[in-house]
Design a protein around this ligand. Structure first.
Ligand code: PCA
Length: 188
């Protein structure tokens, strides 16, 4: 019987360069990752354009979500940068957005976020709230409980004094929720 996998397997075996020689749909499936953003990469925030403008790789908005566990989300440092501290169980469930990104954009984001020195990219369980992508995005489906594992830029390498800062559940760079206002990279 022909299944999609047997056909793909046959193409792969007959191709001198394996998967690299296959069409864009297959490459897309193989290289895509889910990233949950909660800070300056969200819609309406100062660094959002990188997620969708295609200049640093491909990204697609999938929907909104919230961390299944509580985390401390603080605004810290001299530039008022949002940091999700790797201390599940304290703080609040944190709101954000899910994107499906290719490996080029993921690599860019790692550099942009100073990973692994400043942030570390970890897989975190996200509860999907509004799901825009449905079956349009290959390989991205929440489980029956509406949960999806996503990469998140969080940090373990923080000053312990940050635990005493106020904890947010929904970040805004421009002070909408009373957090200190973000200093963009161009002004540092
Ligand atoms: N950028 C990443 C981590 C914090 C930040 O400002 C994000 O939006 O998720």
């Amino acid at each position: 019987m022909f299944t999609i996998w047997s056909v793909l397997g046959a193409i792969k075996r007959s191709s001198p360069h394996g998967w690299h020689n296959l069409g864009p749909a297959v490459k897309k499936f193989g290289n895509m990752s889910n990233v949950f953003v909660y800070g300056t990469l969200k819609k309406g925030q100062p660094n959002h354009h990188y997620m969708i403008d295609g200049t640093k790789g491909r990204g697609q908005y999938c929907g909104s979500g919230i961390t299944a566990e509580k985390y401390p989300l603080v605004v810290a440092g001299m530039y008022n940068i949002p940091f999700l501290l790797q201390k599940p169980g304290s703080g609040h469930p944190v709101s954000g957005e899910i994107y499906n990104v290719d490996s080029q954009l993921l690599q860019f984001l790692d550099k942009f976020e100073g990973c692994p020195e400043v942030y570390q990219r970890k897989q975190v369980k996200i509860r999907m709230l509004e799901w825009e992508a449905s079956d349009k995005v290959l390989g991205v489906q929440p489980d029956a409980d509406g949960m999806l594992l996503c990469f998140v830029y969080c940090t373990n390498t923080y000053d312990s004094k940050w635990l005493d800062l106020p904890y947010c559940s929904n970040y805004d760079a421009f002070g909408k929720f009373g957090h200190p206002i973000y200093v963009p990279r161009s002004n540092r």
